[in-house]
Structure formats: structure tokens, C-alpha cells
Design a protein around this ligand. Structure first.
Ligand SMILES: [Zn+2]
Length: 163
């Protein structure tokens, strides 16, 4: 029996997501992340990867990336959350999604997409609504920088208001 089913996402209102069909223990493999292996050279030369769909591109090793931007890659439907219950794992040339927490039947699977923090982070707003959400999809090590930025702009506002 498949551990997931596809339905409308609670996080991405316009898209779909993957949901648990049964209770799942932490560490369980949920689904393979399948795609096409491409060389770094192809990544650099193709327009497709020109910052258009960074979500689906994985670094496999020094030579290869994995492009998961295909309709048959069901794992690509898993949405980002800052409080994710799954994570990507892999060995050799293969990548899969595994549970990192115990997950209850009916819960939506979520991963941490882990984009880098750069000037473009505002392109990817996050609507996961978790307590620790910083409002944007960036990898966890970078979130404090955004939080700090917001804290600073709030502080400035307070100072301005008290005048
Ligand atoms: Zn979030």
C-alpha cells in the first residue's frame, strides 16, 4: 500500500500536496524523488535552470544534478514547511523523501526546501503557518538573518512612532 495520496494542499492553496494514508514512524521512507540526471555543464548552459525552477534541482555530486521537474515525479508535489515532518535523503545517484517525525494518518507531508539566503528570497514567500515560520522559504540556517532583518525594521518603526 502506498504511504501517500495526492490531494489539494493545505499549505499551497493553488496546488496539490501529498498526505499520509496511515500512521508513519519517523525514519520511514515515503517516496522516491525521481527525475533526470543532468551534468553541471547542462545545468549551466540550459535556460531552464536559469533561476526559473530552483525548487526541483538537486545537487547529487560534483558532476551531476537531478532535475525533478516532471509530472511523474510525485515527490515534487510535497510542499515546503519551516516546521517540516519529512526531509530529503539519498545515496549514490538516488534521492528519496523520509519521515523525520512520527506522522499521523491524514497529515500533509512537508520538506524543508532549503533555498539559500540571498537578495531573491522574497520571490518565495512561505505560507506554512508554523510558529517558527519566517515568511519566506529559505534554509533553516539562514532564517535568523531574515528574522533579524524584520526585528530591526520593527524596532525602527517603534522608535519613529515614539517621537
Ligand atoms: Zn514557513
Amino acid at each position: 500500500m502506498k504511504l501517500y495520496r495526492i490531494k489539494k494542499s493545505n499549505i499551497d492553496k493553488k496546488g496539490r500536496g501529498l498526505y499520509a494514508t496511515q500512521d508513519i514512524k519517523a525514519g520511514t521512507k515515503i517516496i522516491d524523488y525521481v527525475g533526470k540526471l543532468i551534468t553541471k555543464k547542462q545545468t549551466e548552459e540550459s535556460d531552464k535552470y536559469d533561476n526559473g525552477k530552483p525548487i526541483y534541482l538537486f545537487t547529487i555530486n560534483k558532476r551531476y544534478d537531478l532535475d525533478g521537474d516532471f509530472p511523474w515525479n510525485k515527490a515534487g508535489l510535497i510542499n515546503h514547511s519551516c516546521d517540516n515532518n519529512c526531509d530529503y535523503d539519498g545515496k549514490g545517484l538516488r534521492i528519496w523523501v523520509k519521515a523525520i517525525k512520527d506522522i499521523k494518518k491524514g497529515e500533509e507531508f512537508t520538506c524543508d526546501y532549503g533555498f539559500g539566503f540571498d537578495e531573491n528570497y522574497k520571490q518565495f514567500p512561505c505560507k506554512c503557518k508554523s510558529k517558527n515560520c519566517c515568511g519566506y522559504i529559505v534554509r533553516s540556517e539562514s532564517r535568523w538573518r531574515i528574522n533579524k532583518k524584520f526585528a530591526m525594521s520593527n524596532k525602527n518603526r517603534l522608535i519613529n512612532n515614539s517621537r
